[in-house]
Ligand binder design. Structure first.
Ligand code: MG
Length: 256
């Protein structure tokens, strides 16, 4: 029996459509196929070092037919959240381009309401982390753009902002509000933008702990692809169970 056809796919970018700066095999053709079949698409990524505009340029350069308004990242979800909070100020630990994206939110490095942690690269050090820790101990709340502990680049594996968020949580005893995957809020923002319910969309991703956990929390069907971050041992006692497991996104066209 064929599975119920969805109206939309919420597709991860890193590890699902591209990996280490190269498109995954068949990924460009798959996006093309899904458009031909009139599926609505949203691209959900935890990449926080870039704005949706920058991600759009990057995906176009790789050869993908993706529109800027289809890209949702944790940075955008965070801006929507901060806009919904009256008169807040923040201490930002984010990349300069991302800081500019938050320009409407007042910066406060002494008595902020929130410490916002994203991709801060080499600027994560004892001094900057200890400053953030003190702000948390003085009453600020912690926001994590995402909580992935590591990521892959062409130069190798790197610590991601989640590792530093966990460090700050442990030291301060506070729990971060997570903006990106697997936060249910993040998937809801994408569904709302499509005016669809959770039964009408399917999540596609390479990461059980972000893509599949988030899909399960939002009660959506999901597809785990065995590219990018995927490791076979993750399917033994998985933290969340995908509806389907495919070798790569290329097999999507055989399923739907
Ligand atoms: Mg991924």
């Amino acid at each position: 029996m064929n599975p119920t056809r969805p109206k939309a796919f919420l597709i991860d970018l890193d590890g699902t459509l591209y990996f280490k700066s190269e498109p995954c095999p068949g990924a460009i053709e798959t996006v093309h196929y899904l458009r031909q079949e009139k599926y609505q698409l949203r691209f959900l990524t935890n990449t926080t070092a870039k704005t949706p505009k920058m991600l759009h340029k990057q995906m176009q350069a790789l050869g993908f037919d993706i529109h800027e308004n289809e890209i949702f990242n944790a940075t955008y979800a965070c801006l929507l959240y901060l806009r919904s909070q009256p008169d807040v100020s923040c201490h930002f630990m984010v990349d300069d381009a991302v800081k500019a994206f938050f320009k409407e939110i007042p910066t406060n490095n002494d008595t902020p309401d929130f410490v916002v942690v994203g991709d801060y690269g080499k600027r994560f050090n004892f001094h900057t982390l200890n400053h953030a820790f003190r702000l948390l101990m003085d009453g600020a709340e912690l926001i994590a753009l995402q909580k992935s502990p590591y990521w892959f680049s062409p130069e190798g594996i790197f610590l991601d902002c989640g590792a530093f968020v966990t460090l700050l949580e442990t030291a301060s005893g506070k729990t971060a509000k997570v903006m990106g995957k697997p936060s249910e809020t993040f998937f809801r923002i994408a569904l709302d933008s499509l005016q669809l319910s959770q039964s009408e969309a399917i999540v596609v991703g390479d990461d059980i702990t972000s893509d599949i956990v988030g899909a399960q929390a939002t009660k959506m069907r999901s597809i785990l692809v065995k590219t990018g971050k995927f490791k076979p041992h993750q399917l033994e006692n998985p933290v969340a169970k995908p509806t389907w497991v495919l070798d790569s996104v290329l097999e999507l066209s055989q399923l739907f």
